[in-house]
Design a protein around this ligand. Structure first.
Ligand code: NAD
Length: 435
C-alpha cells in the first residue's frame, strides 16, 4: 500500500491507514462534487470516538475475555445510534465503517440519530472447542451471546442511560440480547429492538428492516425494471433477522424466491421455493441447507443466478469486483450493510446496473428504532400498521429524492443517496459550529 500522511487522529494513533472503505470513497466523492473544503470532508469522515475494550464474562463456570470496539462516528443530527455485532472477525475499521454508514443512513432517511456501532469478537466455533461441545447447540450459543451482552451492558450502562449511544441488534444479536441491556439499565429508551413485551418494545420493530427492504424492492421491480412482482424472481443470501421476514414479505407479494443461502448451506428451486415450508425447515434445523423442497446451492452459485433481483442480506464484502462482473441479476438490493466492495461498486457503475444502496434498502430498522425510542420516552405506542406506514413513507420519500438527484446529475442511486446524506450532516455541523 502506498504511503500517505495520517488522515485522521485514529490513523495517527494506530499508525495504520484505514483500508479503502466504501463510505469513505463515496463521501469523498460526494464532498468533492458539493465543493466542500478537503479538511471539512475529513471531518465528516473521521469518527468522533473509538473505544477498544475487553469484556470478561463468566460463562458456564469459566472466564472468557471477548475483545470489542465501540465506534461513535457522528452525532450532529442526534444521539449515536447503531447495532451490536457479535462475529468472529469484527475489527476497529469494520466497526468504524458500520458506524459511518449509520450516520449516512439516518441522515438519508430523515431519522434524528447519528451513527455508532459496536463489534464484539465472538467466535462460536472456538467456544464449541473450548467448552468441548458438539454438535451445534442453539441453547449453548444463546448462553454465550446473552452473557457477552450482559457483561458489555454492565460496562457501558452509564453511556446507555445518558442516551449518548443507543444500541440495537445487528448480526449475531436480536431482541433477547436487547432485553438483557434493558435488564441492566431499566430504561426503555436506552436500547431499541427489545423483545415483545419488554418495557418500551415496539410492534413491528423486528420485521421493520424487511418491510422497508421489501417495499423498495417492489418499487424497483415495477418502476425500474418494469416487472410485475408476480412474474419476478429473487435470490436471497442470508436467512436471519432480516432474511426470514423479507422472504415472507416478498413471497406474500407474489415474488418467487428461487434461492436462499446461509452460513451452513443453501437451497434452490427455479420455479420458486415454498417459503412457509422453508421457515418450518429452518425452525427445525437452524439452516436452509437440506431443505427437501429444493436442490443444494452454494454462495457462488446463488450470486451468479439469472434473477431479477439479488438481495444480499448476510455478511459484508460478498460482492467483490469479479463477482460483480459475473453477476447475472438485473438489479441488486443491498439488505446487508456494505455487501459490495469498492471494486464491486466500480463494476456496477461501469455496467450501469441498478443498485439500491444499503443506507436506503435496510433503513427500515433504524426508522422503527426512532419510533421505539420516541414511544419509550412518551409511553404512546404506535401500532404495527403505523410503524410500517412510517417506514415505507420515509424510505419512499427519500428514494424519490435520491432517484431524481441521480437522474438530474447523472449519478448512480448510491452516489445520489450519499450526496443527500452528506449535505444534511454537513448542514447541521455547520449550523452547530462543529465544523
Ligand atoms: P443475523 O445474524 O440474524 O443473520 C445473518 C444471516 O446471514 C444468517 O442466516 C447467516 O447464516 C447468514 N450468513 C452469514 N454469513 C454468511 C455468508 N458468508 N454466506 C451466506 N450466509 C451468511 O443477521 P441480520 O440481523 O439478519 O443481519 C443481516 C445483515 O443485515 C447484516 O449485514 C446487518 O448489518 C444488516 N442489517 C440488519 C438489521 C436488523 O434489523 N437486524 C438492520 C439493518 C441492517
Amino acid at each position: 500500500m502506498a504511503e500517505r500522511a495520517a488522515r485522521t487522529e485514529m490513523e495517527a494513533v494506530l499508525q495504520a491507514a484505514e483500508p479503502v472503505t466504501r463510505s469513505v470513497w463515496l463521501m469523498e466523492r460526494a464532498g468533492e462534487r458539493l465543493g466542500l473544503p478537503v479538511e471539512h470532508i475529513h471531518e465528516l469522515v473521521a469518527p468522533q470516538e473509538v473505544t477498544v475494550f475487553r469484556v470478561p464474562c463468566k460463562i458456564l463456570g469459566q472466564v472468557v475475555n471477548f475483545w470489542g470496539c465501540l465506534a461513535l462516528h457522528n452525532s450532529a443530527r442526534g444521539p449515536f445510534k447503531g447495532g451490536i455485532r457479535l462475529a468472529p472477525d469484527v475489527t476497529i475499521w469494520e466497526t468504524t465503517e458500520l458506524a459511518r454508514l449509520m450516520t449516512l443512513k439516518c441522515a438519508l432517511c430523515d431519522v434524528e440519530f447519528g451513527g455508532g456501532k459496536t463489534g464484539i469478537r465472538v467466535d462460536m466455533a472456538r467456544m464449541y472447542e473450548r467448552f468441548g461441545r458438539t454438535p451445534r447447540d442453539l441453547a449453548f450459543e444463546k448462553i454465550i451471546s446473552l452473557d457477552a451482552i450482559e457483561y458489555f451492558a454492565q460496562q457501558y450502562r452509564d453511556v446507555f442511560l445518558k442516551h449518548h449511544y443507543i444500541p440495537a441488534p445487528d448480526m449475531g444479536t436480536g431482541p433477547d440480547e436487547m432485553a438483557f441491556i434493558y435488564n441492566e439499565t431499566l430504561d426503555p429508551a436506552s436500547v431499541t429492538g427489545k423483545a415483545e413485551g419488554v418495557h418500551g418494545w415496539l410492534p413491528g420493530r423486528k420485521e421493520s428492516t424487511a418491510v422497508g427492504c421489501a417495499y423498495v424492492t417492489l418499487r424497483v421491480l415495477q418502476e425500474t425494471l418494469g416487472r410485475d412482482p408476480v412474474e419476478a424472481t429473487v435470490a436471497l443470501q442470508g436467512f436471519g433477522n432480516v432474511g426470514r421476514p423479507l422472504a415472507l414479505e416478498l413471497a406474500s407479494a407474489g415474488v418467487r424466491i428461487v434461492a436462499v443461502t446461509d452460513l451452513y448451506g443453501g437451497t434452490h428451486h427455479p420455479s420458486g421455493l415454498d417459503v412457509d415450508g422453508l421457515l418450518e425447515h429452518f425452525g427445525e434445523t437452524a439452516t436452509v441447507g437440506g431443505f427437501p423442497g429444493g436442490e443444494p446451492i452454494d454462495n457462488a452459485g446463488l450470486l451468479a443466478l439469472p434473477v431479477d433481483v439479488l438481495i444480499p442480506a448476510a455478511a459484508g464484502d460478498v460482492i467483490t469486483g469479479p463477482v460483480a462482473g459475473q453477476l447475472r441479476a438485473r438489479c441488486v438490493v443491498e439488505a446487508a450493510n456494505m455487501p459490495t466492495t469498492v471494486e464491486g461498486m466500480t463494476v456496477f457503475e461501469q455496467r450501469e446496473l441498478p443498485v439500491v444502496p444499503d443506507i436506503l434498502a435496510n433503513a427500515g430498522g433504524v426508522i422503527a428504532s426512532m419510533l421505539e425510542y420516541s414511544s419509550s420516552l412518551s409511553a404512546i405506542k404506535p401500532t404495527q400498521t403505523e410503524v410500517y406506514d412510517i417506514v415505507r413513507r420515509k424510505i419512499g420519500e427519500n428514494f424519490d429524492l435520491a432517484r431524481s438527484l441521480a437522474a438530474s446529475e447523472n449519478l448512480s442511486l448510491t452516489q445520489a443517496s450519499v450526496e443527500l446524506a452528506v449535505q444534511r450532516v454537513y448542514g447541521v455541523m455547520k449550523g452547530r459550529r462543529m465544523i
